[in-house]
Design a protein around this ligand. Structure first.
Ligand code: G3H
Length: 503
């Protein structure tokens, strides 16, 4: 159970502690932040409302711990990461339980998230020892006007303090996808979890604590965004920000200083369906892509653009599958569970009502109880409806019928987002042309959009993000290239002793 067994020390009465200087602490604010269970709409957990002074302390520790961590051999860093991964996986049950309670993720998917996170940490440790153990050697005479008098050695050095801000929908996985690359590369790490997801994050951080990372290297600060959000992101000690979430990321990027940013800010992933597509395959992928975790994934299929000639058949197939989706509590592994908050549910409802007023066809009756919204497929959506462009982040999926592939591509490219997209066709040549034409970070051919496997590059264009993720790209983003140039008094071209007389 969450907060028990090896996790007892992270709890103070009924409030979870924050993690600073290798210890679990109670904030001097004396205040806490309530975490509301999306399904019951009752307070499930409480976390510390940390102060700006506590943030300052954490940053100071992070700066000093990083200096010695950067001198820790790579294999030792990797060893500790492997240890943390094993502890995390061994304790998947209580962590998954907190995911169920604070973000209403179905129980099975919650366990998957924790296991996937352990695997990501281990993969990152292995990738890190390989790519950080290599550098480049360049010779000066490849550039015009130069003799071979300069040898340039390049290596990768850490940035310093990395600030990681994961989103509510993958609080554990999208936290470790930032923590592990930062640490293997020799950085220290300050984590600011989302409010909903904070308790899962605190449990995950305890696994790193138990693995034996040095004091101050990892910290986890909880609290109100209004109190410590800007203070953290604009803190002078921060050397890199890795953020996943909504358009808050745009304002963070405007306020952040001259530091590398890794941002993933959502998407309106289009699913383009051609006449020759395997419609059963498309329908299954629309269900998986559009409705898993109730559509609360940045990579969810968020608009279907189907050729008119096959639209009726596809809609019927999807409708039949929607009817089979189970709706209810995450504890019972229902496919559709409550969305994360009342304000999210209200926002989704606003999009649905707009579509209704403007004449979309409702394939199911719209139904909502509290934060629970029944899955809804909206057919005959037109570009003047908000749902054609906005991200519901809920179990509502619009279908736009198109008369040409160009119309589909144009709709996809007119979006301010550009995360992923997918195209279904049996013609690989057409698929490649469409993939090239779609202005998105990734295009999936004959499958729904997805970030994983977690070592694949993952990036968004336009408002969907800055930088690229995936294990290798994250390690590279969290390092800087350092070069040392050896200058020779005379050019040195080849082996042999002829030159010695010139010395
Ligand atoms: O919500 C954003 C995530 O990066 C999506 O990850 O494709 O594994 O669900 P996923």
């Amino acid at each position: 159970m969450a907060g028990t067994g090896i996790f007892t020390e992270i709890l103070d009465g009924e409030v979870y502690k924050y993690y600073s200087d290798g210890e679990w602490k109670t904030s001097s604010s004396g205040k806490s932040v309530a975490i509301v269970n999306p399904a019951t709409r009752k307070t499930q957990y409480k976390v510390q409302a940390c102060t700006q002074e506590e943030v300052n302390k954490v940053m100071e520790m992070a700066k000093s711990a990083q200096k010695s961590w950067a001198k820790t051999p790579l294999w030792k860093r990797a060893e500790l990461l492997h240890k943390a991964a094993a502890i995390l996986k061994d304790n998947k049950a209580p962590i998954a339980e907190s995911l169920v309670k604070e973000i209403a993720k179905p129980a099975k998917d919650s366990v998957t998230e924790v296991v996937r996170s352990g695997d990501l940490i281990s993969y990152c440790a292995e990738e890190g020892v390989r790519i950080l153990g290599e550098g480049k050697f360049l010779l000066s005479d490849s550039f015009p006007g130069n003799e071979r008098t300069k040898y340039c050695l390049t290596s990768k050095i850490p940035l310093g303090v990395v600030l990681a801000i994961p989103p509510f929908n993958y609080p554990v996985n999208l936290a470790v996808s930032k923590i592990a690359p930062a640490l293997i590369a020799g950085n220290s790490l300050v984590l600011k979890p989302p409010t909903q997801g904070a308790v899962s994050c605190l449990h995950m951080v305890h696994c790193f604590h138990l693995a034996g990372f040095p004091k101050g290297l990892i910290s986890c600060i909880t609290g109100k965004g209004s109190e410590i959000g800007d203070f953290l992101t604009m803190h002078p000690a921060v050397n890199c920000i890795s953020f996943t979430g909504g358009d808050t990321g745009i304002s963070i990027s405007k306020k952040a200083g001259m530091i590398p940013l890794q941002m993933e800010l959502g998407g309106k992933d289009a699913c383009i369906v051609l006449e020759d597509a395997d419609l059963d395959l498309v329908a299954s992928n629309i269900i998986k892509g559009g409705f898993s975790y109730s559509g609360q994934r940045c990579t969810a299929v968020k608009v279907v653009l189907v050729m008119e000639s096959v639209a009726d058949e596809l809609v019927e197939k999807v409708k039949a599958k929607v009817a089979k989706l189970t709706v209810g509590p995450p504890e019972e592994n229902c496919d559709i569970t409550a969305v994360v908050s009342e304000s999210s549910a209200n926002f989704i409802e606003g999009l649905v009502m707009d579509a209704k007023e403007k004449g979309a066809t409702f394939c199911q009756e719209y139904k909502r109880e509290g934060n629970l919204i029944w899955p809804l497929l909206l057919d005959n959506v037109r570009p003047d409806m908000r749902i054609a462009w906005e991200e519901p982040f809920g179990p509502v999926l619009p279908v736009l019928r198109i008369s040409s592939v160009e119309e589909g591509i144009n709709h996809c490219n007119a979006s301010n987002f550009g995360l992923q997209g997918c195209v279904f066709t049996k013609d690989i040549n057409k698929a490649m042309l469409i993939s090239d034409a779609m202005e998105t970070g990734t295009v999936q051919i004959n499958s729904a959009p997805a970030r994983g496997p977690d070592h694949f590059p993952f990036q968004g264009l336009k408002d969907s993000g800055i930088g690229s993720q995936g294990v290798t790209n994250s390690i590279n983003l969290m390092t800087k290239v350092k070069t040392t140039v050896i200058n020779l008094p005379t050019p040195s071209y080849s082996m042999g002793a002829g030159f010695i007389s010139r010395l």
